[in-house]
Design a protein around this ligand. Sequence first.
Ligand SMILES: [Zn+2]
Length: 344
Amino acid sequence: MARVFSFMLEDLKSSFSRDLAAASSVRELLDLQSRYFGAKGAVKELFKQLKSLSAEEKKELGAAINPFSEAAQAELKEKLERVSAREDAEREARETIDVTLPSRPPRLGHLHPITIVRRELEQIFREMGYTIDPGPEVESDWYNFEALNFTPDHPARDTQDTFFVDVDKLLLRTHTSNVQIRSMERFQPPVKVLSAGRVFRRDEITMRRSPMFHQCEGLLVDKGIHIGHLRATLEHMVRRLFGSDAKMRMRPSYFPFTEPSAEVDMSCIFCKGKGCGTCSQTGWMEILGCGMVHPQVLRNVGIDPEQWSGFAFGLGIDRVAMLKFDIPNIRTLFENDLRVLQQF
Ligand SMILES: [Zn+2]
């Protein structure tokens, strides 16, 4: 019987040596400790089984188990200290923070090119004392057309193919000129207002056109306002937007709500007026429409055209953004491709 136990002890010794050599982390070593020397460990189990032996055999085997147990635990303790120190050093190296490193800069968003131009325009006119009012995008026929002198059967309505909203005869504004009427109704002259925002027309999507685009509208009504004030204001705006060497010219045109009316060209920013492919060799590019507020429009909002006069202009923000940032296709502005937007 005692021989069986001495074999069991030899087995235990060799399996402990093997397990100890294989354990390489604190966790594995603690596990090993409880498997061999814990309350239900292999050494305790071996002692329990000695009960069936005679007192003399117990004494003899007990005397053999105890030195093994003590030596093995000492060996285990030594390795546990060594591995624990190594793991602490590794953790410290991993978690060390170099406080002298500069912090990572936060990832900043980018303004959309249209937002950049819109804010620039608003700033230019705010400096000249204009009120900024974007106005509503869903509008009635009165504010979008009729009060602006587009009578119900006016042919100019055909040039602004309209999206109608199926409620109370509302429509999506075809231009920001609706803000002219709303501002003159709300404030007594003098009125100085700038409105920038989205407008909508039933257009095909092409390189230059989109059913939704952005306009900026300016209106000034005061005593003694003449076309010289209009021209000076526009020249100031064009130079602020495109640089002090930008030139502009006015050509007679027609809009129902201004009289006289003009289209404004600016010197081509690509060839500086010499003529190139972008400006069809003319040296000029059309950028906006403008004119003196039609007396009938003033009468429509109860302002006496004998006392007051004013000018109005409207320009395409998308067009300005395309020129300023050299974007050939208007669709680029609305596709929200981050590879494009991150460049601004
Ligand atoms: Zn050119």
